[in-house]
Design a protein around this ligand. Structure first.
Ligand SMILES: Cc1ncc(COP(=O)(O)O)c(C=O)c1O
Length: 399
């Protein structure tokens, strides 16, 4: 199979050719270190600052100095969680994260939990949203930091960040959001959202892998995670990735220019997919179908009676790239923590399929997926000795 129907844009995106072209000179001719004082260095610094201005303007930051470049979403999340919690030498306090955060937030939160902090994992509701009332009830006088993601990477639900940040500030804590999945995809304005910090990733927006940024509102203190030469205003040491950041900024400018047309196009494709897939496969359901707001490019299905990994591998054989929440790690199939957090039963969480659409997705791609998936699911269900029981239970539940 030489052509892959790529339907995993939430995992990563191809670097846009226009982005590659914008980056190329910075590998060969304009290769200066942005911290060097001579002409070659000043040229690199100008390009870097131009990239910073672009990112700041795309996210609605009040000033470019509020943006610093990192190696991606994971580094931004780690820096925010640990750097905000431990700023000023603080070594204890209460931290709240939602249960369905990316592991790039959950893991540093767990680290804080082992190093003097108390951590609450807040459950979203079954509609796939973290509700401000639930957050208000979890906040304490000693809460120092709250982190709730903007758009969920598995189920695509968008969180009411402005309201969550407001509730958090009423209790005097800082608010961080992981916006890796929303950047460029929907309108995003950090000032309107009212957040103190936000994480972004370049490779989700047709930029290069290993690029990203952390927005930090002016005046918010942060203990740096990487120490050394003091680059990025001492907040992130290390010689800057000029080519990468130029690429990230170029990618973002393209997202901004194309978003108005792209959002309705992707929304229509997503809705076509949901309608066709749930119409063609018995008991298939869209997860978090009642979400108040969802991303245009992500749809997550539960398909009872099949293992996500088996579906994924059969689809791969048909040249289709999708994702499943269950990941085979250390020999055990773990159901998605995101699906469990919204109340999806464990046995169904094993059969989840995430389809994420992007710039090169067509109606034909979506239809091809459904066409290929129907016989795969039939075959897998016919091989599953427990499926008859599942059907009886599902029929019982619907009557
Ligand atoms: C919500 C979310 N946060 C963080 C990350 C990590 O970003 P990166 O791959 O740039 O480290 C991802 C990417 O999978 C993501 O979807």
């Amino acid at each position: 199979m030489d052509t892959t129907v790529y339907l995993d844009y939430a995992a990563t995106t191809p670097t846009d050719q226009r982005v590659v072209e914008a980056m190329l000179p910075f590998f060969t001719e304009r290769y200066g270190n942005a911290n060097s004082l001579y002409r070659l260095g000043r040229d690199a610094a100008r390009a870097l600052e131009g990239a910073r201005e672009q990112v700041a303007s795309s996210i609605g930051a009040a000033a470019p100095e509020e943006v610093f470049f990192t190696s991606g979403g994971t580094e931004s999340d780690n820096t925010a969680l640990i750097g905000l919690a431990t700023a000023g030498g603080r070594s204890s306090g209460h931290v709240i994260v939602s249960e369905f955060e990316h592991h790039a937030v959950l893991e540093p939160a767990a680290w804080l939990g082992k190093h003097g902090f108390e951590v609450t994992e807040l459950a979203p509701r079954p509609d796939g949203a973290v509700h401000p009332d639930d957050l208000a009830a979890a906040l304490r006088d000693d809460t120092v930091l709250v982190s709730v993601m903007h758009g969920n990477n598995e189920i695509g639900t968008v969180q009411p960040i402005a309201e969550l940040a407001r509730v958090t500030h009423e209790r005097g804590a800082l608010f961080h959001t992981d916006a890796a999945q929303t950047l460029g995809k929907i309108d995003l304005d950090v000032v309107a959202l009212g957040v103190d910090a936000a994480s972004f990733s370049g490779h989700k927006v047709y930029g290069p892998k290993g690029t990203g940024a952390l927005y930090l509102k002016r005046g918010v203190r942060l203990a740096p995670y990487l120490m050394g030469g003091g680059q990025e205003s001492r907040r992130r040491s290390g010689t800057q990735n000029v080519a990468g950041n130029v690429g990230f900024a170029t990618a973002l400018a393209l997202m901004d220019a194309e978003r108005q047309a792209e959002v309705p196009r992707l929304t229509a494709l997503r809705d076509r997919l949901v309608e066709r897939l749930t119409g063609a496969i018995e008991f298939a359901q869209l997860n978090a179908a009642d979400a108040p707001e969802r991303l245009p490019h992500i749809a997550n299905f539960v398909i009872p009676g099949v293992e996500g990994e088996a579906m994924l591998l059969h689809l791969d054989a048909a040249g289709i790239a999708v994702s499943t929440g269950s990941a085979c790690s250390s020999g055990s199939l773990k159901p998605s923590h995101v699906l469990l957090s919204i109340g999806c039963p464990v046995e169904f969480a094993h059969g989840s399929l995430r389809v994420s659409l992007g710039r090169f997705t067509t109606e034909a791609n979506v239809d091809y997926l459904v066409e290929q998936l129907v016989p795969i699911v039939d075959r897998l269900r016919s091989m599953n000795p427990l499926y008859a029981k599942t059907v009886a239970a599902l029929r019982g539940a619907t009557h």
